[in-house]
Design a protein around this ligand. Sequence first.
Ligand SMILES: [Zn+2]
Length: 292
Amino acid sequence: MLSLSACPDAILINVWHHLLGDLHTFIAFAQTCRRLRHLSEQDDNIWRSACFVSGFGRPLRRGNAPARDMPYRRLARSIVSHGAVCEIRSCIKANACFADHHSRWAYTRTRPLHPDHPLDFHPLYFYLHFSQSYGATSQSRMQGQPHTPTPSPSPSPTPPAIHDSISILLTQLPTFPESRYAQYGPLCAHPNASCAFATFPPVDRLEFENGQGDVFMVVENPEGCTVLDVNRALAELIPFDDQHLEFALAHYQELAFTSGLSLPQFADAVFRDRGFLDDHEYPFLQHIVAHF
Ligand SMILES: [Zn+2]
């Protein structure tokens, strides 16, 4: 009987291709024997394919320096190991909608943007960036610029006309489970949600228009725009003004108090946790520590 270690490379890679779409099994197979591990470490493209078919891309790191990108092999392992410990269902199942789409349309690569090509936006795009109570009674909400992603997502729900900068800010802030905000952030602590493609099919460029039809935000990732790519582009639009600064200050103070730390001690602690890409910057925190 032929053992795995005696199989030609072509046969092993062929077996691997049959496992695309199941990242957990894909990794388990790569660890079956030393030869498979060696083979898998030689070629990051097979890991890229495994991630892509599973619905995951690789968000660009801050500074857009490709040499600093995390290998897909490590990314795949981060996603699988995070899925085993994360308690947020929408993160663990972040690729479920991709799998559903992919079963009907076998897209295997990123699509270029085409204005007439219908796109579905990932549900996390709406969940993370638009509060349900926005525009209702909350006095703490900011007035944002109306915006619409193009091409229009269809048949996804129509995006709200006004984006909620406080919800976006919350995705950048640290939170504890006991936090009364019960929020999701920082998003970069959740590789599964972060790496999910922002759209189906995945595209390498997204343009967002305001109510006047002017493009106010462009998101690009040659390997496919992810939820984190879009989230970070939106976060760049948060104004550095008193209202957002005070909101962030109150948030940090509450978390510091909950932790039994002073604000500088709390800042030291969170500065060390920069997310799975090790590049997160906590909004306003340096300014707050320096001035309050
Ligand atoms: Zn998570």
